[in-house]
Design a protein around this ligand. Structure first.
Ligand code: FEO
Length: 363
């Protein structure tokens, strides 16, 4: 495996192994113009002067805006096809906003391979096998987590578009799905479609009966309440993940927050407003549309409040069911700690009633 900067060289080596000279390339299909996939396009246009870039009309615009290429593009739309004359024929389906607005997928009719761009992708690093059916069982949990982390961070806010995209592909007989990130689905491509449906639905209703706790503390007072709340939750025996800001990587926190129907935010006030690392995380939740949560807020303040006011502002329009907030001055009292335990138990009991989503993910 090469690092990011080696991608262009790897591409050229692969062409070489196939005895294809760049001058002989007729078409370059661009499903998605984001530069993690197209950063090499300017150079490629020079190396392959006879090639036409095939993309959607919005992709044609981006091709000019990002790479100054305007005279060698072909615009396609849903239902269009491209016959290569060698027994291979591609058909195209636009799937706008999975991830950018110009996105499409390409389906090769003979091999029945769907080249899906960002759709059905995953984070993660290949550890040998690149195909689902060659992935050892011990690695499957890793891929599940990396797929969800990718979805929560990159795709979650476009979930209604994911549902539409899956519907628009329902008539294709798909034997393989080759996304531009993560595993290639050669054994059971239907599994990744089911996973994506499940992830998209986490944005439409309460997700899994789990709790994600995100906390920050400056002087240990909010942490004291955190410990009481964790004691409360533990009585109900639900899966719990606990993250501290700014110490933990936000992309991992976001993944667990997306998957969990219960969300607990513990943060102190810092100079009239929310502790800045938590404010950043709350803005991330809002930006990524992490909807439908049972939520508890708690935190300490000194000479002035402010964190709770920010929480109320940042949780507007999030479709959250918010419990009674628990703000306290300085150190929490015994009574306040008891209240924290009771609220945590109440939240955990409500989360427990949420049915787990069907898990038929074997591949
Ligand atoms: Fe939206 Fe992988 O780029």
């Amino acid at each position: 495996m090469r690092e990011w900067g080696g991608a262009a060289l790897t591409f050229m080596e692969n062409l070489n192994q196939l005895s294809i000279s760049p001058q002989n390339i007729d078409y370059i299909i661009l499903n998605h113009l984001e530069p993690d996939h197209t950063g090499f396009t300017y150079m490629l246009n020079n190396l392959a002067p006879n090639a036409q870039f095939v993309t959607t009309s919005k992709g044609v615009e981006l091709l000019e805006e990002f790479y100054g290429i305007k005279d060698s593009s072909i615009s396609v739309k849903t239902g269009d096809s491209l016959d290569l004359g060698n027994g291979k024929k591609f058909s195209f389906t636009e799937i706008p906003h999975v991830h950018w607005p110009e996105t499409m997928v390409s389906y090769e009719e003979k091999s029945k391979i769907l080249f899906s761009g960002d759709a059905f992708g995953a984070f993660g690093v290949h550890q040998g096998p690149i195909f689902d059916n060659e992935t050892p069982n011990v690695s499957k949990e890793y891929w599940e987590e990396e797929m969800l982390r990718y979805y929560a961070n990159i795709i979650a806010m476009f979930s209604p578009n994911v549902i539409k995209a899956i519907d628009s592909l329902k008539n294709l007989e798909i034997q393989q799905i080759a996304p531009s990130h993560g595993l290639i689905w050669k054994g059971k491509p239907e599994v990744v479609i089911r996973k994506y449906k499940r992830y998209a639905n986490y944005n439409q209703d309460y997700a899994e009966p789990e709790i994600c706790v995100v906390w920050g503390s400056m002087y240990g007072n909010t942490e004291k309440m955190l410990n009481a709340i964790l004691r409360g939750i533990s009585q109900e025996g639900l899966p719990v993940s606990v993250f501290r800001v700014p110490n933990d990587d936000p992309s991992y926190i976001l993944a667990k927050a997306y998957k969990s129907a219960g969300l607990i935010i513990g943060t102190p006030t810092y100079e009239y407003s929310m502790f800045p690392p938590m404010k950043y995380f709350m803005e991330l939740l809002q930006k990524k549309h992490i909807y439908y949560k049972k939520v508890l807020f708690f935190g300490s303040y000194g000479w002035s409040g402010g964190a709770q006011k920010d929480f109320e502002k940042l949780s507007q329009n999030m479709k959250w069911d918010i419990f009674e907030p628990l703000s306290f001055k300085g150190h929490p009292t015994k009574e306040q700690l008891q209240k924290g335990i009771s609220l945590a138990i109440e939240l955990a009991q409500q989360v427990k009633k949420i049915p787990p989503k069907v898990n038929d993910e074997t591949y």
